[in-house]
Design a protein around this ligand. Sequence first.
Ligand code: C2E
Ligand code: CA
Ligand code: CA
Length: 405
Amino acid sequence: MSMLNITPSPANLPPSLVVIDDEKAIGDLICDIADTLGYDTNAYTATSEFKSSLTGREDIIFVDLLMPDEDGVEILRYLASEHIDSQVVLISGYDKRVLKSASVLGKALGLNIAGELKKPFTLKEMKSVLNNCLIEQTASPSIHNDFTLQDLELAIQQERVFVQYQPKINLTTGSTYGAEALVRINTPDGKTIPPGQFIELAEKSGHIKDITRIVLTDSIHFCKHLQSIGWDINIAVNVPSVLLTDVRFADEFIEQIELAGIKPSSFTVEITESALAENYAVSLDIVTRLRMRGIQLSIDDFGTGYSTLQQLKNFPFNEMKLDRSFVSDIHDDENKAIILKSIELAHDLGLDVLAEGVESKEIEQELLRNGCDHAQGYFYSRPVSEDIFIQHLQHSPATEHNKVM
Ligand code: C2E
Ligand code: CA
Ligand code: CA
């Protein structure tokens, strides 16, 4: 299969939208609406024609999952093999669950799945999907990530890697008992690069060890500072899969904590399910070692990876972090069922549950009603600098638990 010659879309050209759907009327309808929004549009009814027309510069591609000549999954695979990074919207007459699993598959293949449309759809639904695509385009004008390895190396060298802290809240008392350390990079012209733009690069290039070291050192320093001003706050750090295969990592981390004179239980290591799956035996060794020394262990993004119940049973976790994708849409019946059952399962296994991505009072209340223990999200605070985190603590209800003096 040949690679497409992908060149970025010139800034002065109108955005482009392509539809592949064997029902001509659907393709025409989507194009008509997109035309009014200023898109340059094309609709195809046959996949061969669609494939040969692709330039790699399309901004949005609508893919019908049910095609007579080649099914939608094959089209998704084709787009992935050609490294297409256009926003992809899936359309289908199948039920909602099929659409969802195709969407998950598309994401797993590395595609930028921007929406789903179940046939028959209303004009309003169609417009809303297109609007969401537009919002995403303006929010991230360059989907092409232009942060390079050289940028990353310079940032590490010039000490522009820094950490922000996001409060973790006890839902019953409303107090802040912990913080998650989240890494960022400052650019020389004062912009902040979020981790989504460099963690993968750091993992592939091996620099993730340097990054993690910076985050650990900063977190230990901050934890010690908080204790010196009277706050016993648990700091959580994200540990990537590569470090879970490095047997020295656990020892170095514990040594550093002890040198600083802090108790290991003031730290939590957050691990994603997929990280564990990659190297089961070594990870189990490292993770057990960390726990035996008193470090807390959290399973991150729960429900999105490839966790098995076996893993949940065998790894000595203290906390389950319910992924934001379920929490932000808690009113969806399926999400709600997943949240409820996960809480039940976690509690039966002796784990606390933290809900990620809590953005409103309404979601907080729903979580409380369902027995969730902890929460984190923009509703309480975004990730912030050390100074602002301390201000946040001073305004948060104090408990015997987190005040050391
Ligand atoms: P994560 O571990 O799931 O971290 C939570 C992410 O959710 C953070 O994004 C946080 O800013 C965001 N978030 C928190 N509350 C809300 C909310 O209410 N609404 C929304 N929409 N988002 C919320 P951030 O800082 O961009 O980090 C993204 C991911 O990058 C993290 O996901 C984690 O996987 C990775 N990451 C961040 N720092 C580190 C690090 O030091 N080491 C490693 N290996 N990965 C890191
Ligand atoms: Ca995390
Ligand atoms: Ca998470």
